[in-house]
Design a protein around this ligand. Structure first.
Ligand code: NAP
Length: 281
């Protein structure tokens, strides 16, 4: 029988995080699910199974992240899989987003993810094993109208994870960055999505239309978070997990288009690109 793994999953109150929690619980692995408030609600909702522990964690609180990781390791001995899932979207033209709205989005999606990663890694390094799975977005692969700031937080997550993979592989630890397309959760709902306070009429035909699209797509997204959760388990149980994993046909299509765009730019600008080295190289 496979050894029981210990999972730490952030942002577990709803959406993708909740579905990953449910799917991992069903495998019999130990789950530490973290929520910002009222852990008893999640425990009740999931029927208080023996392999579930629910802790409080606002990922923007570095001290809380460190305490959570230390407590988990003293209670369960190790953390095998960290799923950095907690995050939210900011829908705004780049110019419309205030400094505070931008900072808050980075505070959660990037600095929060780093807080939890720094809290967990000393324990994984000690074990010389573990897997960090970071939830990015198709918006972290490619720019979209209205998602420039949110996308830039996810571009950061992509870059951080690529470097983590290089730094951690020699220490026996895997890192994977998952880029979901649109999945049916609260992500596009007013209960999660922040829209900038400032709306500039000049962006009505671009960002305004994206705002309309997002409102219309809420609850009709193609991606199924239950299936996403199964994919995450497959990746975590693979001996050779990928560094990059786009999830959903929409994400894959964008990934392929972006790769083709890069290749086109290289072909069109090859002489300029290769013409900048010193003559003695
Ligand atoms: P969701 O249903 O809105 O769930 C977001 C989760 O993140 C909630 O549990 C929320 O907790 C938690 N959260 C937000 N800020 C937090 C913080 N500071 N500390 C701790 N938890 C926090 O959205 P979702 O679709 O499941 O999103 C999960 C992840 O997938 C996010 O990183 C998102 O960017 C990414 N993603 C989603 C989609 C999509 O289409 N659904 C696509 C690409 C990427 P509360 O309940 O306390 O608010």
């Amino acid at each position: 029988m496979a050894e029981q793994k210990v999972w730490l999953i952030t942002g577990a109150s709803r959406g993708i995080g909740l579905e990953i929690v449910k799917a991992v619980l069903a495998t019999g692995d130990q789950v530490i699910a973290t929520v910002r408030r009222s852990p008893e609600i999640l425990l009740d909702q999931l029927g208080n199974p023996a392999n579930l522990y629910v802790g409080i964690l606002d990922i923007t609180n570095e001290e809380q992240a460190k305490e959570a990781a230390d407590q988990i390791v003293s209670k369960f001995g190790k953390i095998d899989v960290l799923v950095n899932n907690a995050g939210y979207g900011l829908l705004s033209a780049v110019e419309e987003a205030s400094s505070e709205e931008v900072r808050k989005n980075f505070e959660t999606n990037v600095f929060g993810l780093l807080n939890v990663t720094r809290a967990v890694l000393p324990h994984m390094r000690q074990e010389r094993s573990g897997h960090i799975i970071n939830i990015s977005s198709v918006g972290g692969l490619s720019g979209y109208i209205g998602w420039g700031v949110y996308g830039s937080t996810k571009f950061a997550v992509e870059g951080i994870t690529e470097s983590l993979a290089l730094e951690l592989t020699p220490l026996g630890i895997h890192a994977t960055v998952v880029a979901p397309g649109f999945f049916r959760t609260d992500f596009l709902d007013a209960s999660s999505l922040i829209s900038s306070d400032l709306v500039i009429p000049d962006y009505a035909e671009t960002v305004g239309k994206m705002r309309d699209f997002a409102a219309a797509a809420n609850r009709k997204q193609p991606g199924d978070p239950i299936k996403l959760a199964k994919a995450i388990i497959k990746v975590a149980n693979s001996g050779k997990p990928p560094v990059h994993l786009p999830l959903g046909n929409d994400s894959l299509q964008r990934f392929r288009e972006k790769t083709a765009e890069f290749e086109r730019d290289i072909a069109n600008w090859h002489d300029v690109i290769t013409g900048t080295d010193h003559d003695d190289v």
